[in-house]
Design a protein around this ligand. Structure first.
Ligand code: NOJ
Length: 545
């Protein structure tokens, strides 16, 4: 049973946070799209998982050019998902079950349907309305070329032209114009939004593309060939991770600290580990995502290095580490771990995550699931907060076979099909073994669920003590009793294993190798796969006390 203290200002430090992608979780009104009442109806399920908090991906009014990360109105609920009253009911239902709520906030860009952008389009060059965004004249003799050759993250130019010939910047889809954070009105409006949701009882915020808000757009704009690599950011890139962005988060922190307990925040910032610390500082957002394990191959040396580095960083900046294997942007890790080892390291540069290649190359489903189960026990034994993505507790695989006509991700459209996109991890959850949309709702499902989904459903796993759902439930319950402090002590063992001790005698050992290994003399409380006699088999984690 969840027993989190709703008044604890440090609740987020060791929290298990479950990410809900609302359009694909549960559909109460049968229109094929998940909604807030659907989530409310599943609060007992969330309680049975024994999580500390829910992170809700955007539920704001949106034309869904980017799955809701194109926000039309930051202080409202998409009518297809419910109303503000439904939202209040959800906060109440979660809180009375001892579960906190984190909402997504998307400050780098609004949608092109936001009233500000409509006003900007209807206003002349140089107007105050255009100054809320990043408008520039084009290049070339007649201004018909974009102001620079920069690419958007989803492919194609980062500039789009409007009727009077000017261009606006969009680092993501054209329907996501970047806001101008040098504009005081933009800054103030987001403070209003933070207060709006905090006043409604929200406990924290996940900050989308937190490292992009401040830009240096002084002329002449540099050519893309001369830009530093984003991954080697040192504060000098004109678009990403500029030092001045932290002035914004200092202001946000002051607002978040007006509340009791202070509202938490976690930055989504793709920056090198050392630069992540500033986003996670106590006078900034407080915590930042660490995607290092998510990007790592299944390799004990890599895992050990990532864990060591991030625990040291957390100690330095007074925050706590975050750990995550899956979210709505990447191929589900039960599938990633079943892929053949990538010879050119594309996982590291991120490209492969955007390929929903669940069927190509061939996935070793059994190996993927086995490693995913071992990975989650390892993660849950670490100090810090663990972020889980809906469906991973079912061992759900990526849906690689979505028909092209059903794809929704702008990455698919803007790359002209070269990247299949992220829809394969966003397919609505299977709740029942059979039935229309496998219990997701009484209507269909906005992304087509494959036939095999029912075998992964909650219903199929409920009564099975060996199921992945049962493993998550047991692991989360055991963790709740054991997770204290932020310390971890490494234990030397065979080369291909990771073995560490936590306070209270809690030990976790993962065998990344092929041959079974000896276990220390202690009681095994949980293992991700059955032991081989007294030994820990390949791709397995055991917890001992
Ligand atoms: C990161 C979000 O997680 C992703 O889904 C979105 O497409 C981009 N930010 C742009 O908002």
């Amino acid at each position: 049973m969840t027993s989190i203290d709703l008044t604890d200002p440090d609740w987020w430090r060791q929290a298990v946070v479950y990410q809900i992608y609302p359009r694909s979780f549960a559909d109460a009104n049968g229109d094929g799209v998940g909604d807030l009442q659907g989530i409310i109806s599943r609060v007992p399920y969330l309680t049975s998982l024994d999580i500390d908090a829910v992170w809700l991906s955007p539920f704001y009014p949106s034309a869904l050019a980017d799955g809701g990360y194109d926000v039309d109105d930051y202080r409202n609920v998409d009518p297809r998902l419910g109303t503000l009253e439904d939202f209040d009911e959800l906060v109440g239902a979660l809180h009375s079950s001892g579960i906190k709520l984190i909402v997504d906030i998307v400050p780098n860009h609004s949608s092109s349907l936001h009233e500000w952008f409509r006003e900007a389009l209807a206003s002349p060059r140089g107007s105050a309305a255009r100054d809320r965004y990043i408008f520039r004249d084009g290049s070339g003799p007649d201004g018909s070329e974009p102001p620079s050759d920069w690419d958007s993250v989803f492919g194609g130019s980062a500039w789009a032209q409007v009727e009077d010939g000017q261009w606006y910047l969009h680092l993501f889809a054209a329907e996501q114009p970047d806001l101008n954070w040098d504009n005081r009105e933009v800054r103030d409006d987001f403070l209003t939004t933070l207060r709006f949701w905090s006043d409604r009882g929200v406990d924290g915020f996940r900050v989308d593309v937190a490292h992009a808000l401040v830009k240096d757009l002084s002329e002449p704009l540099p050519a893309k060939a001369t830009l530093p690599r984003q991954s080697e950011s040192n504060g000098l890139h004109p678009l990403w991770d500029r030092d001045q962005v932290h002035e914004i988060y200092t202001e946000w922190r002051q607002v978040l600290n007006e509340y009791d307990p202070p509202r938490s925040a976690v930055a989504e910032a793709f920056v090198p580990a050392a630069r992540r610390a500033r986003y996670a500082s106590a006078d900034g957002l407080g915590q930042a995502f660490n995607f290092d394990l998510l990007q790592a191959d299944w390799d004990f040396g890599k895992f050990r290095q990532v864990i060591k580095e991030n625990l040291a960083l957390a100690e330095l900046n007074g925050s706590s580490s975050t750990w995550v294997f899956s979210n709505h942007d990447v191929v589900r890790h039960a599938t990633r771990y079943g892929l053949p080892k990538d010879p050119d390291g594309a996982w590291q540069d991120g490209k492969a995550w955007l390929l929903s290649n669940g069927t190509e190359p061939t996935v070793d489903v059994a190996q993927g699931l086995r490693r995913a189960r071992a990975a989650v026990l390892l993660m849950l034994a670490l100090p810090g907060s663990a972020y889980l993505y809906q469906g991973e507790e079912l061992g759900l695989q990526e849906v690689g076979e979505l028909p092209a006509a059903n794809l929704q991700d702008p990455a698919y459209f803007r790359s002209k099909g070269a990247e299949k996109g992220r829809d394969g991890c966003r397919v609505p959850l299977p709740w029942t073994v059979e039935g229309l949309s496998f219990g997701f709702g009484t209507g269909g499902s906005h992304l087509v669920q494959p036939k095999w989904f029912g075998s992964y459903s909650v219903q199929a796993q409920e009564g099975d003590a060996e199921s992945t759902l049962s493993l998550y439930r047991k692991a989360l319950a055991v963790r709740r009793g054991l997770q204290t402090g932020a310390t971890l002590e490494w234990v030397d063992g065979v080369d291909w294993s990771l073995h560490f001790k936590r306070p209270g005698g809690w030990q976790s050992i993962t065998n990344f190798g092929a041959a079974p290994i000896e276990l220390p003399d202690a009681a095994v409380v949980l293992s991700s796969s059955p032991l081989e006699g007294e030994k820990l088999p390949s791709d397995t984690t055991a917890w001992l006390i």
